[in-house]
Design a protein around this ligand. Structure first.
Ligand SMILES: *Cc1c(COP(=O)(O)O)cnc(C)c1O
Length: 375
């Protein structure tokens, strides 16, 4: 059996997908070529691209007035590509950002190069939340505290902070927050396809594939069509959504193999019963790990209860001197890549779609045994 992989990204892919890719590696569907060797404009790859788009549209019920784009440069590049495409719309050159962790902070910093960018809310300083002292980046700022500008070109948030382990449970209705015309832009990289998306709320959603949707190299951008066509003159042609949309994500040579693997992941997800089924599985997985952490005096998770991520679960040993021993033994027990991000320390279990409940149960058993021996 392969070990269980808890990497935050690039992360576990479904074994069936890897096996299918291996079987098709040298000869895709009898055409005599690997997907890597095909012209991106040929009929075989065009079919692969079209099926990936259609399957993704079906999985997420993406409305017709949204484009699905495959881009490059990761979510990091979108941190610049989004303002370059959107901030000029309406003429005010303003954008608002919610800061809930390291990734949204990076998005904010990058956007400052392109206009008047303001922090609408932040959890970057320790505060008392519901009577509990919370450390920075351990909760998601409540919508009641957001200071929104109604003439902003968009509001940006990161709906799942991969490093901190906070998730925004349900996306805000901008009209209800008094900013009805302001499009909501979401970096959903690390929980993309783990749950449904309400496109009546989100105008643009982007995600680097390597967390939950495929290999590194392709970024998925789902964008409402009326937001396309407002790029700043400085925007590189290859990053102007107009060009990417008009060319079917082939303005330049796309990351063909990454799109192919992401397409296989989409088909695998459909076989699992789609996003609703995988969401139910994800809830059960996260519950199993949080329940154990909460019941233990040996481990702890510092995230505010209402903001806990289903995907990325940081946890700590009360005795941090045991960290190295914990990680070494976990590795030997077939539980890989549990080391926490260097800025947070401790451990982090990323339990994306391709990580089954069985893996979480194996982790919990290991943690119980470790607690029994060292607690
Ligand atoms: C990983 C990650 C990024 C950065 O992705 P790259 O592909 O390295 O650019 C940005 N945002 C979130 C939420 C992430 O998890």
């Amino acid at each position: 059996m392969r070990p269980w992989n808890f990497s935050a990204g690039p992360s576990a892919l479904p074994l069936e997908v890897l096996q299918q890719a291996a079987a098709e590696m040298t000869d895709w569907h009898g055409c005599g070529m690997s997907v890597m060797e095909m012209s991106h404009r040929g009929k075989q790859f065009t079919q692969i691209r079209d099926e990936a788009v259609a399957d993704l549209r079906e999985l997420l019920a993406i409305p017709d007035d949204y484009e699905v784009l495959f881009m490059q440069g990761g979510a990091t590049a979108e941190n610049a590509i989004v303002p370059m495409n959107l901030i000029g719309r309406g003429g005010a050159h303003k954008a608002d950002y919610i800061l809930s962790g390291i990734w949204s902070s990076k998005s904010y910093k990058e956007a400052q190069r392109y206009g008047d960018v303001s922090i609408a809310a932040t959890s970057g300083e320790a505060a008392d939340i519901d009577g509990v002292r919370q450390e920075p980046w351990t909760w998601f700022p409540a919508t009641t505290e957001w200071r929104l500008r109604s003439d902003a070109a968009y509001l940006h948030l990161c709906s799942n902070e991969t490093i901190g382990g906070v998730e925004f449970p349900s996306w805000p209705d901008m009209a209800a927050l008094g900013a009805p015309g302001v499009p909501l832009v979401v970096d959903a990289s690390s929980h993309f396809l783990s749950r449904a998306i309400d496109f009546s709320k989100a105008a643009l959603v982007y995600a680097g594939a390597q967390k939950n949707a495929g290999p590194a190299g392709v970024t998925v951008v789902i964008v409402r069509k009326d937001l396309i066509g407002h790029a700043l003159p400085v925007c590189p042609s290859a990053f102007d959504y107009v060009n990417v949309a008009a060319s079917g994500s082939m303005f330049n040579t796309p990351p063909t193999y990454a799109i192919y693997i992401a397409g296989l992941v989409f088909k695998w997800l459909k076989k699992q019963g789609g996003v609703a089924a995988i969401e139910a599985a994800n809830i059960a997985k996260a519950q199993a790990l949080y329940d154990y952490l909460d019941g233990s005096g040996f481990y702890l998770n510092r995230i505010h209860a209402g903001s806990r991520s289903r995907m990325n679960i940081p946890f700590f040993l009360h005795d941090e001197s045991l960290n190295a021993e914990f990680l070494a033994q976990a590795d030997k027990s077939g539980l890989m890549q549990l080391k926490g991000h260097k800025s947070v320390g401790g451990m982090r279990a990323s339990i994306y779609n391709a990580v089954p409940l069985q893996a979480v149960q194996a982790l919990v058993s290991f943690m119980q045994e470790f607690e029994r021996r060292y607690g």
